[in-house]
Write a protein that binds this ligand. Structure first.
Ligand code: UDX
Ligand code: UDX
Ligand code: ADP
Length: 490
């Protein structure tokens, strides 16, 4: 038991597992960290110059540790067997079929990881839940492990990750908190202490919260549900602002000064996306329903309903402004990722908006600085359930043109907007603020429309150039009065 080096193994080299394990390796040079995944292509990418995910600062962290105390491997079993502590960050999408379909978390990947752990381990282990899981997953995992334990002792900890994409490295380097849930007995407390010691390399003790295991699991779901709820709340206000003449950005500013409310997560948008918010709320709803808490379930469901409403409201606004038809019209879509500074498109509102516009026979020209053409096409040709599951784990669809004849991927914003009738801003990429809109206007069909789904553009300037501008949560009359065409129907 006097081994010099503590060994960690992270199962799942995705958006959560990759950056998390890399930062642990950076901050704990005395600890060996192995990140393993069943996907050969993902592991190859982690070992290459082009990492499989884009995160500011990540390349730098990986380069400093890779080959020293950080390795990426597909030899899952060996590294699991050798590790003292196993972090599990496999994906937990929403169940596609069967009991709880469309709501409950699909624990297939988790369960297969747990069974593999049970099969290969020959010494006591601490197993850490990193990926978000429904409350009481640890109990299920414990059962799987205990069933085959061969006398080996497992301690399960819940240590949910609170990083945001786009700022993952920063969030990991300076976390606002580290939450560790474990069993209340002495062995559980000892396991908590071991994990705490790892974080203590760079996180001050007062930021490390320890709880029982269920509280930790539920806190993660609650955290995402609260954040999503704030966005749906401000988005609901944005609809009211448009109808009444208030300005949502002014309302946000006023709210932000109330310390009981706080300044963050008050940007009205075309809707929230990302792999977490919807999935975790659906999960919460499912758990409430299973416990007979119908009122509570309905309360949280409404957060998703408002988000869906916001996306379809945006599509309706585009279509109705453009004289009730976008059929055959070129529309430029700027931004496809679910937020800026990431290449991730999981649950991005752009998918629903694009599908809505395609449903009205628009011709789309899509530009995103980070998302590949292949990814965009896959996202738009997949049904909603497939799209929740990782691309590399599913068969590629055989027909390449699943209604995508009207989708064109552009190299830059100028190509996307050339000859277009309208522009939809769907991601708040900084580079969109620097676009030469006079040049864009000159190359567009007239009247030229801009629909700013992220409120990042200078509406006044655009109107001066001659655009008809709609931005989320701005009173509609205002632009109607200023616009060149006062007969736009609403
Ligand atoms: C509220 C607003 O806070 C204030 O900004 C506004 O100007 C007037 O309305 P008030 O009604 O005086 O102020 O009290 P507040 O402290 O907000 O509490 C309102 C109710 O919420 C109380 O019944 C309180 O017990 C309850 N509450 C408050 C909770 O149940 N939980 C909490 O965490 C906070
Ligand atoms: C979220 C949580 O913030 C993080 O704590 C958790 O660990 C994982 O889920 P992430 O999904 O990476 O992180 O991004 P986040 O910044 O929360 O944005 C989620 C979505 O909400 C994006 O589509 C974003 O554009 C949208 N959003 C965010 C708004 O529309 N308005 C806002 O004010 C903030
Ligand atoms: P997240 O955003 O939660 O990190 P990702 O889909 O980006 O989700 O990453 C999850 C990773 O877990 C994927 O790369 C997937 O290949 C991997 N994975 C899933 N099941 C297993 C398993 N049983 N063993 C090893 N890796 C797995």
């Amino acid at each position: 038991n006097q081994r010099k080096m503590v060994k960690l193994c992270g199962i799942g080299a995705g958006y959560v597992g990759g950056p998390t394990m890399a930062v642990i390796a950076l901050k704990c040079p005395s600890i060996e960290v192995a990140v393993v995944d069943i996907s050969q292509s993902r592991i190859s990418a982690w070992n290459s110059d082009k990492l499989p995910i884009y995160e500011p600062g990540l390349e730098n962290v990986v380069k400093q540790c890779r080959g020293k105390n950080l390795i990426f491997s597909t030899d899952v079993e060996r590294h699991v067997q050798e590790a003292d502590i196993i972090f599990v960050s496999v994906n937990t999408p929403t169940k596609a079929r069967g009991l709880g379909a469309g709501k409950a978390a699909d624990l297939t990947y988790w369960e297969s990881a747990a069974r593999m752990i049970a099969d290969v381990c020959t010494s006591d282990k601490i197993v850490v839940e990193k990926s978000t899981v429904p409350v009481r997953t640890a109990e299920a995992i414990e059962q799987i492990l205990a069933h085959k334990s061969k006398g080996i002792k497992y301690q399960i900890l819940s240590n949910p990750e609170f990083l945001s994409e786009g700022t993952a490295v920063q969030d990991l380097l300076e976390p606002d908190r580290v939450l560790i849930g474990g069993n209340e007995g002495p062995e559980g407390q000892e396991a908590i202490k071991k994990l705490k010691d790892i974080y203590a390399h760079w996180v001050s003790e007062d930021k490390i919260i320890t709880t029982n295991i269920w509280s930790a699991e539920l806190s993660k779901l609650a955290d995402n549900a609260f954040l999503a709820q704030r966005i749906s709340s401000i988005n609901a206000m944005s609809a009211l602002c448009e109808a009444t003449g208030a300005q949502v950005s002014q309302v946000s500013l006023a709210l932000s000064k109330n310390p009981k409310i706080g300044p963050r997560f008050l940007n009205a948008s075309v809707g929230f996306g990302g792999s977490c918010f919807q999935k975790d709320i659906l999960n919460l709803v499912y758990i409430c329903e299973c416990n007979g808490l119908v009122e509570v379930a309905n309360y949280w469901k409404q957060v998703i309903k408002v988000n869906d409403y916001q996306k379809s409201r945006f599509v309706q606004r585009v279509v109705s402004s453009m004289f009730n038809t976008v059929s055959g019209k070129k529309i430029a879509v700027l931004g496809f990722a679910f937020k800026k500074d990431t290449s991730d498109t999981r649950k991005t509102p752009a998918i629903d908006v694009c599908k809505g516009l395609l449903g009205d026979d628009a011709c789309l020209s899509i530009y995103d600085p980070r998302v590949s053409a292949d990814q965009i096409k896959k996202d738009l040709s997949m049904n909603n359930v497939q799209w929740d599951h990782p691309i590399h784990l599913q068969p590629l669809s055989s027909s390449s043109s699943n209604g995508l004849e009207h989708v064109d991927i552009a190299e830059d914003a100028y190509e996307a907007t050339k000859d277009a009738h309208g522009i939809c801003i769907l991601t708040e990429w900084d580079e969109f603020k620097g676009i030469d809109f006079q040049r864009v206007f000159d190359d567009m069909q007239k009247p030229a429309f801009v629909f700013d789904g992220r409120n990042i553009l200078d509406v006044g300037k655009l109107r001066e150039i001659g655009f008809i501008v709609y931005s989320i949560g701005s009173p509609v009359e205002q632009w109607l009065n200023n616009s060149v065409n006062s007969a736009v129907p609403f």
